[in-house]
Ligand binder design. Structure first.
Ligand code: NAP
Length: 461
């Protein structure tokens, strides 16, 4: 058994970790104690002498040099802020997030000798740091355990049970098998997924991830994420949930103990009603493409907008046109606003352009208005040009070399709009770039690991 405990101070990592190591009959390691050993001084002395930066550098060295295990490894509260630490901790280990409410944490740590990281006072510091770290904690964990009303002994027993039995029930696994067998995914995939579900009793710490969409058979996410999980030695299997009913998908997701979902058409809005928590981006866009489940809670994130923002990041402050006023256009408007662009939304149905423009403080119009705008950035968020359509939403004569044209359509890779833009000597960004960038952000949300862009690009091909 190779287990890492992460979480804020006062969530019981050291005490429960020691008990867990005894229950599992493996050595116990505490990253703070190893840092103290390496430095020959206590954590508060390291902070006084070297500041938080010096402490984090020592902590990083300790994480890089951890013994391979088996063992139980308790880590410092800020360890997960560095994705390289997360990558090292996760390889070949099961990560458990311990959490507790703020009142409990305050009670547990009020007499500690650990240095404050801010000057705000203990309660306010706990609140601020938890807010700042909550997404990173959630991303880095395989399983979540709330320790608030539990003794260290109870927590150790719960973790042992998770490691030995997992979090699914036999009845749920049978339902999941029935669902998979009738879901219409290719026979080879059915067989593989059924084998993985049947293997849960022998590999109870394995986590499932998948794409929820209808249709989802064309998605490139399964091979991409499966390769990334294997490369980073994460005990996880990424599959496809292909069904017209999201409520049916969500019920199977719970039966299988799924940890994370990529959410695609037509469920990006519907999923919101199934989530206990939502990040600010999903709220503003009104859609979510990434759902996480841990403990008894569910969380929604949006990484689509990151996939539009990042390739355009060097063009902040430009004048931009978005073609379309649907879901992808909302993500585009949010992304371009974050880059301080002056945006005009043009749509076939002008009332929808008016409504979307009002939400994000943009101008609006119909496609006929394009020529009067002379934008530096054009984003196509309509399906025009998507196979088998061979039309382009703009003619070559409407484009000029100063424009950057980003077509969100990615089948075919070279759309009629991109062909027109290339021959007008524009800078072009293909739709695949959005997929690659949003997938990188989604993998970070799924695992806390920052997978290199080039690696994702190479896998996607
Ligand atoms: P959506 O919500 O259905 O919105 C479609 C938009 O396109 C609407 O504004 C619609 O105008 C407009 N439109 C549809 N057919 C049109 C036509 N023939 N001529 C002019 N306008 C037309 O769809 P969505 O989810 O936003 O997706 C839009 C596109 O983005 C999809 O084709 C997809 O390929 C692409 N996308 C790419 C990625 C990626 O990773 N690269 C991710 C998401 C989406 P009306 O309001 O008049 O109906």
């Amino acid at each position: 058994m190779n287990v890492v405990l992460i979480g804020f101070r006062g969530t019981g990592k050291t005490e429960s970790g020691r008990l867990l190591a005894r229950l599992l009959d493996v050595p116990f390691y505490d990253s703070d104690a190893l840092v103290e050993e390496e430095a020959g001084s206590a954590v508060h002395e390291i902070f006084e002498r070297e500041g938080e930066e010096g402490f984090r550098a020592r902590e990083k060295r300790v994480i890089a040099g951890l013994p391979p295990g088996p063992g139980v490894f308790a880590t410092g509260g800020g360890v997960i802020l560095d994705p390289e630490n997360v990558e090292r901790l996760r390889r070949g280990r099961t990560v458990i997030l311990l959490s507790a409410d703020e009142v409990t944490i305050e009670k547990r740590i009020q007499h500690s000798t650990r240095p404050a990281l801010t000057r705000m006072g203990l309660r306010a510091e706990i609140h601020a740091l938890l807010e700042a770290r909550k997404d990173a904690y959630l991303a880095a964990a395989d399983f979540c355990v709330d320790t608030s009303a539990r003794s260290a002994n109870e927590v150790a027993m719960i973790i042992k049970r998770i490691l030995v039995e997992g979090v699914t029930r036999e009845e749920g696994r049978k339902d999941a098998l029935r669902f998979v067998e009738s879901s219409g995914i290719p026979a080879a995939e059915v067989e593989q997924l059924a084998a993985m579900i049947r293997s849960i009793p022998e590999n109870p710490a394995m986590r499932f991830y998948g794409i929820a969409g209808f249709p989802s058979l064309h998605s490139r996410s399964p091979p991409l994420f499966q390769r990334l999980f294997s490369y980073f030695e994460i005990n996880a299997f990424y599959t496809r949930f292909h069904d017209p009913s999201f409520s049916r998908i969500f019920s199977i997701v719970q039966d299988m103990g799924v940890r994370g979902l990529s959410v695609t058409i037509p469920f990006k809005q519907e999923v919101l009603q199934y989530l206990d928590h939502m990040d600010e981006h999903s709220k503003a866009i009104g859609a979510c493409n990434t759902a996480l489940l841990c403990g008894d809670e569910s969380y929604g994130y949006n990484t689509d907008w990151v996939g539009i923002r990042d390739p355009l990041a060097s063009l902040s402050g430009s004048t931009a046109v978005i073609l379309g006023a649907g879901g992808a256009a909302a993500s585009a408007a949010y992304a371009l606003r974050s880059l301080d662009m002056e945006i005009t939304i043009l749509n076939r149905t002008v009332e929808r352009a008016v409504a979307l423009a009002a939400r994000f403080g943009c101008h609006h119009g119909s496609f006929r208005d394009f020529d009067g705008i002379k934008p530096a950035v054009v984003v196509n968020a309509t399906p025009v040009g998507m196979e088998p359509d061979t039309a382009s939403p703009l003619a070559k004569s409407q484009l000029s070399p100063s424009m950057t044209v980003f077509d969100l359509v990615y089948t075919p890779p070279e759309t009629p709009l991109l062909r027109a833009a290339r021959s007008a000597r524009c800078t072009v960004i293909p739709g695949k770039e959005m997929f690659i960038r949003q997938a990188k952000a989604q993998f970070r949300q799924f695992t806390g690991i920052d997978a290199p862009l080039e690696m994702i690009r190479e896998i996607v091909g």
